[in-house]
Design a protein around this ligand. Structure first.
Ligand SMILES: NC(=O)c1ccc[n+]([C@@H]2O[C@H](COP(=O)([O-])OP(=O)(O)OC[C@H]3O[C@@H](n4cnc5c(N)ncnc54)[C@H](OP(=O)(O)O)[C@@H]3O)[C@@H](O)[C@H]2O)c1
Length: 244
Protein backbone atom coordinates (compact mmCIF):
# COMPACT_ATOMS: atom_id res chain seq x y z
CA UNK A 1 0.00 0.00 0.00
CA UNK A 2 1.25 3.50 -0.87
CA UNK A 3 2.98 5.25 2.05
CA UNK A 4 0.90 8.27 3.03
CA UNK A 5 1.27 11.34 5.23
CA UNK A 6 -1.39 11.77 7.90
CA UNK A 7 -2.04 14.80 10.11
CA UNK A 8 -3.85 13.95 13.37
CA UNK A 9 -5.05 16.77 15.62
CA UNK A 10 -5.60 16.10 19.31
CA UNK A 11 -3.14 13.21 19.18
CA UNK A 12 -1.70 13.52 22.69
CA UNK A 13 -4.47 11.42 24.23
CA UNK A 14 -7.26 8.89 23.70
CA UNK A 15 -8.56 8.32 20.18
CA UNK A 16 -6.10 10.64 18.41
CA UNK A 17 -3.09 8.98 20.01
CA UNK A 18 -4.27 5.53 18.88
CA UNK A 19 -4.98 6.81 15.35
CA UNK A 20 -1.39 8.10 15.15
CA UNK A 21 -0.08 4.78 16.50
CA UNK A 22 -2.16 2.76 14.01
CA UNK A 23 -0.92 4.64 10.92
CA UNK A 24 2.70 4.55 12.16
CA UNK A 25 2.46 0.81 12.79
CA UNK A 26 1.29 0.37 9.20
CA UNK A 27 4.24 2.29 7.79
CA UNK A 28 2.80 5.76 7.13
CA UNK A 29 4.19 9.19 8.04
CA UNK A 30 2.32 10.99 10.81
CA UNK A 31 2.26 14.59 12.04
CA UNK A 32 0.74 14.81 15.52
CA UNK A 33 -0.77 17.87 17.20
CA UNK A 34 -2.28 18.96 20.49
CA UNK A 35 -2.43 22.26 22.32
CA UNK A 36 -0.25 21.28 25.33
CA UNK A 37 3.38 21.09 24.20
CA UNK A 38 4.61 18.91 27.10
CA UNK A 39 1.83 16.33 26.65
CA UNK A 40 2.56 16.21 22.93
CA UNK A 41 6.32 15.83 23.43
CA UNK A 42 5.69 12.92 25.81
CA UNK A 43 3.49 11.14 23.27
CA UNK A 44 6.03 11.90 20.51
CA UNK A 45 8.58 9.94 22.57
CA UNK A 46 6.06 7.18 23.39
CA UNK A 47 5.35 6.74 19.67
CA UNK A 48 9.05 6.19 19.05
CA UNK A 49 10.22 9.69 17.96
CA UNK A 50 11.17 8.12 14.62
CA UNK A 51 11.89 9.44 11.13
CA UNK A 52 8.27 9.03 10.10
CA UNK A 53 6.87 11.10 12.99
CA UNK A 54 6.68 14.89 13.44
CA UNK A 55 4.83 17.11 15.89
CA UNK A 56 3.30 20.58 15.95
CA UNK A 57 1.97 21.94 19.25
CA UNK A 58 -0.81 24.50 18.90
CA UNK A 59 -4.46 25.23 19.50
CA UNK A 60 -6.46 24.15 16.44
CA UNK A 61 -8.86 27.06 16.88
CA UNK A 62 -5.94 29.37 16.10
CA UNK A 63 -5.82 29.59 12.29
CA UNK A 64 -2.02 29.55 12.24
CA UNK A 65 -1.87 26.01 13.69
CA UNK A 66 -3.28 24.49 10.48
CA UNK A 67 -0.66 26.39 8.48
CA UNK A 68 2.12 25.05 10.70
CA UNK A 69 0.81 21.48 10.39
CA UNK A 70 0.75 21.80 6.61
CA UNK A 71 4.26 23.33 6.47
CA UNK A 72 5.70 20.58 8.68
CA UNK A 73 4.07 17.80 6.66
CA UNK A 74 5.36 19.22 3.37
CA UNK A 75 8.85 19.98 4.67
CA UNK A 76 9.35 16.56 6.30
CA UNK A 77 7.30 14.25 4.09
CA UNK A 78 6.38 16.12 0.87
CA UNK A 79 2.58 15.73 0.93
CA UNK A 80 -0.60 15.73 3.03
CA UNK A 81 -2.74 12.74 2.11
CA UNK A 82 -5.05 12.47 5.12
CA UNK A 83 -6.21 15.02 7.70
CA UNK A 84 -7.91 13.65 10.80
CA UNK A 85 -9.72 16.44 12.65
CA UNK A 86 -9.88 14.68 15.99
CA UNK A 87 -9.08 17.44 18.55
CA UNK A 88 -12.19 18.02 20.60
CA UNK A 89 -13.67 18.75 23.99
CA UNK A 90 -16.84 17.63 25.76
CA UNK A 91 -18.54 18.76 28.97
CA UNK A 92 -22.07 19.04 30.25
CA UNK A 93 -23.92 22.14 31.47
CA UNK A 94 -27.65 22.91 31.55
CA UNK A 95 -28.72 25.08 28.59
CA UNK A 96 -29.89 27.99 30.74
CA UNK A 97 -26.47 28.21 32.42
CA UNK A 98 -24.49 28.33 29.18
CA UNK A 99 -22.91 31.75 28.68
CA UNK A 100 -21.20 33.06 25.57
CA UNK A 101 -17.66 32.23 26.68
CA UNK A 102 -18.64 28.62 27.45
CA UNK A 103 -20.44 28.21 24.11
CA UNK A 104 -17.47 29.77 22.29
CA UNK A 105 -15.06 27.28 23.84
CA UNK A 106 -16.88 24.43 22.03
CA UNK A 107 -17.43 26.33 18.81
CA UNK A 108 -13.76 27.36 18.79
CA UNK A 109 -12.11 24.00 19.45
CA UNK A 110 -14.60 21.60 17.87
CA UNK A 111 -16.07 23.53 14.95
CA UNK A 112 -13.57 26.28 14.11
CA UNK A 113 -10.64 23.95 14.78
CA UNK A 114 -12.01 21.48 12.22
CA UNK A 115 -13.00 24.28 9.83
CA UNK A 116 -9.68 26.15 9.84
CA UNK A 117 -7.38 23.12 9.86
CA UNK A 118 -9.24 21.78 6.83
CA UNK A 119 -9.01 25.19 5.14
CA UNK A 120 -5.24 25.08 5.64
CA UNK A 121 -4.71 21.69 3.97
CA UNK A 122 -7.29 21.63 1.15
CA UNK A 123 -5.19 23.79 -1.24
CA UNK A 124 -2.38 21.20 -0.98
CA UNK A 125 -4.81 18.31 -1.52
CA UNK A 126 -6.20 20.16 -4.54
CA UNK A 127 -2.68 20.51 -5.93
CA UNK A 128 -2.20 16.75 -5.43
CA UNK A 129 -5.68 16.07 -6.88
CA UNK A 130 -5.90 13.62 -4.00
CA UNK A 131 -6.73 13.79 -0.31
CA UNK A 132 -8.97 12.62 2.50
CA UNK A 133 -10.41 14.59 5.40
CA UNK A 134 -11.83 12.59 8.29
CA UNK A 135 -13.74 14.46 10.98
CA UNK A 136 -14.78 13.07 14.33
CA UNK A 137 -18.42 13.64 15.19
CA UNK A 138 -20.93 11.85 17.42
CA UNK A 139 -24.13 9.84 16.86
CA UNK A 140 -25.64 11.87 19.71
CA UNK A 141 -26.29 14.80 17.34
CA UNK A 142 -29.20 12.66 16.10
CA UNK A 143 -30.03 10.88 19.36
CA UNK A 144 -30.44 13.30 22.25
CA UNK A 145 -30.11 12.09 25.84
CA UNK A 146 -32.22 13.50 28.66
CA UNK A 147 -30.02 13.90 31.72
CA UNK A 148 -26.93 14.75 29.68
CA UNK A 149 -27.23 18.51 29.15
CA UNK A 150 -24.89 19.10 26.25
CA UNK A 151 -26.29 21.79 23.94
CA UNK A 152 -22.89 23.48 23.56
CA UNK A 153 -20.81 20.44 22.51
CA UNK A 154 -23.67 18.92 20.48
CA UNK A 155 -24.31 22.02 18.39
CA UNK A 156 -20.57 22.26 17.65
CA UNK A 157 -20.47 18.58 16.59
CA UNK A 158 -23.70 18.88 14.58
CA UNK A 159 -22.03 21.65 12.61
CA UNK A 160 -19.11 19.31 11.88
CA UNK A 161 -21.54 16.77 10.41
CA UNK A 162 -23.01 19.49 8.16
CA UNK A 163 -19.55 20.76 7.22
CA UNK A 164 -18.58 17.24 6.17
CA UNK A 165 -21.32 17.01 3.54
CA UNK A 166 -20.71 20.51 2.22
CA UNK A 167 -16.97 19.93 1.86
CA UNK A 168 -17.53 16.57 0.17
CA UNK A 169 -19.75 18.37 -2.35
CA UNK A 170 -17.42 21.31 -2.87
CA UNK A 171 -14.22 19.30 -3.37
CA UNK A 172 -15.36 15.97 -4.78
CA UNK A 173 -14.31 17.04 -8.28
CA UNK A 174 -10.80 17.59 -6.92
CA UNK A 175 -10.71 13.94 -5.81
CA UNK A 176 -10.85 15.00 -2.16
CA UNK A 177 -13.02 12.75 0.01
CA UNK A 178 -14.54 14.10 3.23
CA UNK A 179 -16.18 11.89 5.85
CA UNK A 180 -17.15 11.90 9.51
CA UNK A 181 -16.70 9.00 11.90
CA UNK A 182 -19.16 9.15 14.79
CA UNK A 183 -17.98 7.13 17.82
CA UNK A 184 -20.16 5.83 20.61
CA UNK A 185 -18.73 6.10 24.11
CA UNK A 186 -15.05 5.24 23.82
CA UNK A 187 -12.85 4.52 26.83
CA UNK A 188 -10.53 7.57 26.87
CA UNK A 189 -9.30 10.11 29.44
CA UNK A 190 -12.24 12.31 28.33
CA UNK A 191 -14.46 10.14 30.58
CA UNK A 192 -12.10 10.22 33.56
CA UNK A 193 -12.40 6.49 34.31
CA UNK A 194 -16.23 6.55 34.18
CA UNK A 195 -16.78 5.42 30.58
CA UNK A 196 -18.37 2.12 31.61
CA UNK A 197 -21.26 3.97 33.25
CA UNK A 198 -22.48 4.64 29.68
CA UNK A 199 -22.40 0.97 28.65
CA UNK A 200 -26.21 0.64 28.78
CA UNK A 201 -26.65 3.34 26.13
CA UNK A 202 -25.24 0.95 23.55
CA UNK A 203 -27.18 -1.93 22.01
CA UNK A 204 -24.03 -3.98 22.65
CA UNK A 205 -24.25 -3.01 26.34
CA UNK A 206 -20.57 -2.07 26.42
CA UNK A 207 -18.39 0.89 25.51
CA UNK A 208 -15.87 0.98 22.69
CA UNK A 209 -12.08 1.09 22.72
CA UNK A 210 -9.75 3.50 20.92
CA UNK A 211 -8.69 0.71 18.51
CA UNK A 212 -12.30 0.46 17.23
CA UNK A 213 -12.11 4.05 15.99
CA UNK A 214 -8.51 3.93 14.75
CA UNK A 215 -9.31 0.89 12.61
CA UNK A 216 -12.26 2.66 10.95
CA UNK A 217 -10.26 5.86 10.39
CA UNK A 218 -7.59 3.75 8.70
CA UNK A 219 -10.15 1.91 6.55
CA UNK A 220 -11.79 5.14 5.39
CA UNK A 221 -8.39 6.73 4.71
CA UNK A 222 -7.26 3.83 2.53
CA UNK A 223 -10.57 3.35 0.73
CA UNK A 224 -11.26 4.88 -2.64
CA UNK A 225 -14.98 5.58 -2.97
CA UNK A 226 -16.33 6.64 0.46
CA UNK A 227 -17.23 10.33 0.55
CA UNK A 228 -19.81 12.49 2.29
CA UNK A 229 -20.52 9.67 4.72
CA UNK A 230 -21.31 9.82 8.43
CA UNK A 231 -20.07 6.47 9.70
CA UNK A 232 -21.26 5.38 13.13
CA UNK A 233 -18.81 3.25 15.11
CA UNK A 234 -21.03 3.31 18.11
CA UNK A 235 -22.10 -0.09 19.44
CA UNK A 236 -25.62 0.65 18.19
CA UNK A 237 -26.37 4.00 19.88
CA UNK A 238 -27.64 5.54 16.66
CA UNK A 239 -29.84 2.57 15.87
CA UNK A 240 -31.80 2.38 19.11
CA UNK A 241 -31.65 1.90 22.86
CA UNK A 242 -32.44 -0.64 25.53
CA UNK A 243 -35.47 -0.39 27.78
CA UNK A 244 -34.12 -1.92 30.97
N1 LIG B 1 -14.36 9.37 23.94
C1 LIG B 1 -15.62 9.35 23.49
O1 LIG B 1 -16.50 8.68 24.05
C2 LIG B 1 -15.98 10.14 22.26
C3 LIG B 1 -17.24 9.93 21.68
C4 LIG B 1 -17.61 10.65 20.55
C5 LIG B 1 -16.73 11.56 20.01
N2 LIG B 1 -15.51 11.75 20.60
C6 LIG B 1 -14.59 12.72 19.98
O2 LIG B 1 -13.35 12.10 19.73
C7 LIG B 1 -12.32 13.09 19.78
C8 LIG B 1 -11.21 12.62 20.70
O3 LIG B 1 -11.75 12.45 22.00
P1 LIG B 1 -11.02 11.62 23.15
O4 LIG B 1 -12.07 10.91 23.88
O5 LIG B 1 -9.85 10.89 22.62
O6 LIG B 1 -10.56 12.83 24.09
P2 LIG B 1 -9.25 13.12 24.96
O7 LIG B 1 -8.63 11.87 25.42
O8 LIG B 1 -9.67 14.15 25.94
O9 LIG B 1 -8.26 13.77 23.87
C9 LIG B 1 -8.55 15.02 23.29
C10 LIG B 1 -7.33 15.48 22.52
O10 LIG B 1 -7.63 16.75 21.91
C11 LIG B 1 -6.61 17.68 22.25
N3 LIG B 1 -7.19 19.03 22.22
C12 LIG B 1 -8.21 19.53 22.97
N4 LIG B 1 -8.44 20.81 22.63
C13 LIG B 1 -7.55 21.11 21.65
C14 LIG B 1 -7.28 22.28 20.91
N5 LIG B 1 -8.00 23.41 21.08
N6 LIG B 1 -6.28 22.26 19.99
C15 LIG B 1 -5.53 21.12 19.80
N7 LIG B 1 -5.75 19.99 20.48
C16 LIG B 1 -6.75 19.99 21.39
C17 LIG B 1 -6.13 17.22 23.63
O11 LIG B 1 -4.80 17.64 23.92
P3 LIG B 1 -4.41 18.99 24.71
O12 LIG B 1 -5.16 18.91 26.00
O13 LIG B 1 -2.94 18.95 24.82
O14 LIG B 1 -4.85 20.08 23.81
C18 LIG B 1 -6.12 15.72 23.41
O15 LIG B 1 -4.95 15.32 22.71
C19 LIG B 1 -13.00 14.39 20.21
O16 LIG B 1 -13.30 15.16 19.07
C20 LIG B 1 -14.27 13.90 20.86
O17 LIG B 1 -15.30 14.86 20.83
C21 LIG B 1 -15.11 11.06 21.71
Amino acid sequence: MKKQTIIVTGASSGIGKEIAHHFLANGDNVVINSSTAEKLEQVYQELGAGENLAMVAGNVSDKSTGGKLLATAIEKFGSVDVLVNNAGIFETKPFLEVDEAYLDSFLNTNLKGTFFTTQAVIPQMRKQHDGVVINIGTPLVNHALGGVPSTAPMTSKGAIHALTLQLAAEFGKDNIRVNTIAPGTIRTPMHGGKADQSAGLHLLNRVGEVEDIAEMVYTVAKSNFISGAIINVDGGIAAGHNLN
